[in-house]
Design a protein around this ligand. Structure first.
Ligand code: ZN
Length: 582
């Protein structure tokens, strides 16, 4: 039903504000990071709202869209390739998906630090050293929703680092379309941008078979690419989820048609077969997941694997930041989480007689930092980018004695969620504020708080919207938190209790105002939510019934200002606004 909500959301936004033109949200962050003028048009506002639409923020159940608990990473054992048959050509494919420019971000996996491009680089280089027949592949969403070190420089650092690492082939994810086709093609082919000047582009080919330029009737990039490894041709075909137009700003996908993935793959498999290519790898920016040993595979990738031509051997997946290592209809299907905290190591053997893949196995490797040195060359490049954005990023906006974590407790509430909701309510001067947990992308650690840290928490540049809702609508809204997915809104100005034993749609027991009185169903209240929620994002359609919508500053500015208004340092603990009835 998600598509249904998305359609509603965009219809409502379109009706409210009308169509919008080209825009550069991040450029605006650079120009305008401290003040959002009253002269900003609704068009501007809308454009930013669409920059990071529901698909990605819909990852609400995951903590920052990052899976920190990984059973298979607890006892990692490198799967040795099968007893090498000298006759066969051993090829190693190392893959990443959904990097999102998280070049300098460390995350916890099973309680230990993981990630960063310089650590990932060490892992990739170690594995490459084990097999000279190694190809590096990327499966989309390399850029977009990225931290300042990449975002403030138009994500060029991410492309340059992939170049330096020697990536061989890649496809596009939905986020590559965030700033439109021209910017996507500029990152790949090179070109000039007003913020960053000339850029050389990507040194490896990008492919996508199911995105058609309506003007030319042709794919925007080559649909496939053949790489010869030790004389063995391996055909790669790229596709991106057909949901892309519903999760990307309309201007980003204007004039583009996203066609059925399976049809596009099969059309190009036929073409590759004609050329005698039998070893075929699909790079699909489509979601899927499985248990540690490949059990219970789910998601679009399962359907794709079942329906594509049996000449396809391997499918790399992405988009939902999950683990997948499963064999479906004799195709090996893998995904390696997100943010550079893991990669896929796929070992294949090709029979030189038939040129076909005769064995395949995969391991998903988490990039723990413990016991490993960051790659010095990549680290140096990274430090260069950090220095460039430092004046903006390092500005100290406040300090705290507490760990402001976005981790939700058993009631569904987080310290950072409370704090952000407070900041938004204050910025818009309303009775209540509601914040979607999926829009909170990092924690704030004790100590000085930098602008860059806050940016990493709120990278979506979503405008805040003030609106009027009845008590009944607010009660119904809270009841929309449970359904096919659970997304507990972070709140300010009210408290409530909920009962997990009651049926979905009727779980909210009692809603109280901050003075302790009960919410009046018939009365009207002023409410703040970001423009993503305001449009019905994450399935919160009650917001679309709200009246008197007024657009204010972006979420990032509200939080930065609110931090600035606190004592230095300030203490902030969980507010216990949400209580689950036992
Ligand atoms: Zn994606």
């Amino acid at each position: 039903m998600k598509w249904f909500y998305r359609i509603i959301m965009y219809s409502v936004i379109l009706v409210l504000f009308g169509w919008a033109g080209q825009h550069q949200a991040l450029a605006r962050v650079l120009d305008d990071q401290n003040h959002y003028g009253a002269n900003k048009t609704k068009k501007d506002v809308l454009q930013v709202a669409r920059q990071y639409p529901p698909g990605d923020q819909g990852l609400s159940e995951e903590y920052h869209g990052h899976q920190s608990d990984r059973p298979e990473a607890k006892n990692p054992k490198k799967a040795k390739p099968p007893s090498a048959d000298n006759r066969l050509v051993q090829v190693q494919l190392l893959g990443i998906n959904d990097l999102h420019g998280q070049l300098n971000v460390t995350r916890k996996v099973n309680g230990k630090p993981a990630g960063r491009i310089d650590y990932l680089a060490t892992y990739l280089k170690q594995r490459e050293a084990e097999n000279k027949n190694t190809l590096l592949v990327q499966d989309g969403d390399m850029v977009g929703a990225s931290p300042p070190v990449s975002a403030l420089l138009q994500d060029e650092p991410t492309i340059e680092l992939l170049n330096k690492l020697g990536f061989d082939i890649g496809t596009v994810g939905n986020h590559e379309f965030d700033e439109g086709l021209n910017e996507l093609l500029r990152l790949i082919n090179g070109g000039s941008h007003p913020k960053t000047g000339n850029f050389a582009g990507s040194t490896f080919p990008w492919i996508v078979a199911n995105v058609i330029n309506e003007k030319t009737g042709k794919t925007i990039l080559p649909p496939y690419h053949v790489i010869k490894v030790n004389g063995m041709p391996i055909g790669f075909i790229g596709v991106v989820t057909t949901e892309t137009p519903t999760v990307v700003v309309p201007s980003g996908v204007a004039g583009l048609k996203f066609t059925d993935e399976v049809e596009a793959i099969n059309r190009n498999v036929a073409e590759l077969k004609k050329q005698g290519v039998k070893s075929i790898v699909v790079l699909a920016h489509n979601p899927g997941s499985s248990g540690p040993n490949g059990e219970n595979p789910t998601g679009q990738l399962v359907d794709i694997a079942n329906r594509v031509d049996d000449e396809v051997d391997i499918i790399f997946g992405g988009h939902n930041h999950a683990y997948m290592n499963a064999t479906i209809d004799n195709k090996l299907v893998v995904q390696s989480y997100s943010y550079g905290t893991a990669f896929s190591d796929v070992d294949i053997e090709i029979d030189p007689k038939t040129k076909d893949i005769v064995s395949k196995r995969a391991e998903i490797v988490t990039t723990f930092q413990e016991g490993i040195e960051p790659d010095p060359e990549i680290k140096k490049m990274l430090e260069g980018y950090e220095a460039k954005v430092e004046p903006i990023v390092k500005r100290i906006v406040g300090s705290t004695t507490d760990n402001l974590t976005a981790k939700q407790n058993e009631n569904g509430e987080s310290v950072l969620g409370d704090f952000i909701a407070d900041a938004q309510r204050k910025a818009m001067n309303t009775d209540f504020a509601f914040m979607n947990p999926g829009g909170i992308r990092a924690d704030i650690d004790p100590g000085d708080i930098t602008w860059g840290e806050v940016y990493t928490v709120q990278p979506f540049n979503n405008e805040l919207v003030k609106m009027t809702m009845t008590g009944q609508q607010i009660r119904d809204l809270l009841n929309q938190q449970w359904g096919t997915r659970t997304a507990i809104l972070q709140i300010s100005g009210l408290t409530y209790t909920w009962d997990p034993n009651k049926p979905v749609g009727n779980r909210v027991v009692s809603v109280k105002l901050s003075d302790g009185t009960e919410l009046d169903s018939a009365k009207s209240y002023t409410v703040t939510a970001n423009i993503f929620l305001s449009g019905g994002g994450d399935g919160f359609t009650e917001f679309t019934k709200a009246q008197n919508k007024e657009v204010g500053p972006v979420d990032l500015e509200a939080v930065v200002n609110y931090i600035g208004e606190q004592p230095k340092p300030f203490s902030y603990l969980i507010q216990n606004r949400i209580q689950r009835v036992q």
